[in-house]
Design a protein around this ligand. Sequence first.
Ligand code: ADP
Ligand code: MG
Length: 701
Amino acid sequence: MINLETEIQYLKGVGPKKAASFLKLGVKTISDLLVFFPSYYQDRTQIIPIQKVLIQGDKNCIFGRVGKTYQKNINANLVMLDIEIIDETGKIYSRFFRKKNAYSKFDAFASLKKNFTSGRYAYIYGSVKSERMDIYIAPDDYEIVDDRSKEPMLFKKLLPVYPASEGLSQKLIRDCIETALSSCKNLYPDISSIIPRLDNIANEPSPLLLTKMHSPSSLFEAEQARRSFAMQEFLILETALFLSRSKNKILPKVQKYEISKNLLTPFKNNLKFSFTRAQKKVINEIFSDMQNPYQMNRLLMGDVGSGKTVTALSAMLLAAENKYQSTLIAPTEILAEQHFSNISKMLEGLPVKIALLTSNSLKRKTEREIKLKEIADGSIDIVIGTHSIIEERIKFKSLALVVVDEQHRFGVMQKLAALKKAQSPDVLMMTATPIPRALSMTVYGDMDVSIIDELPPGRLPVQTFYATEETAYKKTIEEIKKGSQVYIVYPLIDESDKLELKSAVEEADKLSKGIFKDFKTGLLHGRMKRDEKNEIMQKFKNKEFDILISTTVIEVGIDIPNAAVMIIQNADRFGLSALHQLRGRIGRGKIKSFCYLIGDAKSAAARTRIKIMTSTNDGFKIAEADLQMRGPGEFMGTEQHGFPEFKAGNLIKDMDIIEASKKAAQEIVESDANLEEPAYSSLRKIIESRFSKKLKLIEVG
Ligand code: ADP
Ligand code: MG
């Protein structure tokens, strides 16, 4: 007996080797096979009269009686077979080519000739071609029937076409799915009775939807089945997210806030700029969360340079106004130091005490002891640092607000540990990797999201070119002469790859002695010691170099306004988000910035990426495109986030479904937090089996 958990290697015609090929496509069990959906459907519903085909050409299905066959040698290595296909309206040759082995007597067309015997009938799908006076059809696929009234298997229908993998034919995949459907489709979990109503969604049970996905009678039916199945998928995920949220969010917090503005007003007056509309909106959202009796759990997204730091600083000052401590955690020492020095400047003259806490700054004993004491007795209001902050020995007196910068750079456990430093912290996670709305509603379904969708005024957009090295270097020299500084980035796939690093270092050496010999160059890479890296960054900041040649270690978030040119080598090898993050290092000051992408974009995907990069600076557009190109799993990094793959759901097309399912999930969880009602029993079972392990990961983002 086969059931949903049966491994498909036990199916007829599969075996261990083919099962390995299936596994590459993510298919291990019968259950996986049922939801291994076609990537598209080939329209074979219409059979075209031969006369029409002769006139129109193009890809078509024809049907006719098999007539005579003609075989011809094209040259010593190639033979051709023409088979007459005849219907009421005309005649066309179905043409096959085969390689010929000059020493073999074997007829390359033996099996074709056996199939296409005169008097039988053939369905053929292929492209109609004409060469001079010669018109023929080049078959992609065919099916022979003896009795013309017999219904074909592969024609007069929408033929599902499945994602391919080496060693698996479409026929084998179709046969396996056929078996899975006929034996197990009724076992597949079903929550169709509780899905919300929505346009173009059928309230049909899973077994019927599965059948329609694999053999729809129309494209409309296929799309409706897909949407309906997607609704089930999203409802399951959203309910799981709401459940985890309701279990974790009920704790009211101890801290209480009043906006007295005795720090906020002087802080605003101190700033050399005023907040953008988007910053103001986000500050309001954060303040109202902080005044709320429940803990804040908010994700702040904003493109590089949009000014997240001052926004977060406002929240930290609100905490300080109310005699609470707050902390800002950055992923690296360089970033923490940069935050510390910028924030120190912005808070000059204000009665706020801030401290830097990195492993470096903890080394010196006296300094460390003073800091630890002042954090513990509450005389330090704001602690800025790296993950060193989560160390056991660091104890806060009254930590109430935890801000995590570049949150995607931290592991789940690190974030959890940071939150344990306070009794009931308000949490603000920040990221410069914008996450498209659909994704943030799913992965971060339990967080509130704020977006800074506007750059401070006066920023000149970075102009990006796909260029040759010569052009880029020539332009670069012009810009240096005008006073700009330059990044040249050699993106290493793997910072620990010695060979790759060697070639980058050699390349850097060549450049600094060659075309850039009149300028000062510095080198930075991941294998350098931390102090060394810091020193080089600092020197670049102090304009001791014109050019910084580096691997991708130049930090996300590093702010050097005078760096206005970036050259990215091997740009074709890198994903959109990586390119956008790198480019975010420039365009931070008042001077016009230029980015040159260098590389040989051979693949279509690489060309698309370059085209997107040269046409927009909008991080959200880029993220959407990236998501579309790579799919959600890879986009988010499946491992870290425990992010589920959707079988039918599409994060780009299905916004309406995601919204509806989120609302429905909320209602379900609010009315029945343990899913005890009989109507929810399937839903509960599915969630228990799929999410019990992953939920813990999802909930902290
Ligand atoms: P990110 O969002 O990438 O972390 P930052 O907070 O580092 O951006 O801000 C980038 C730069 O823009 C900083 O130098 C900051 O002082 C400046 N900045 C922030 N907000 C504004 C504003 N409203 N007007 C002008 N400059 C601003
Ligand atoms: Mg930043």
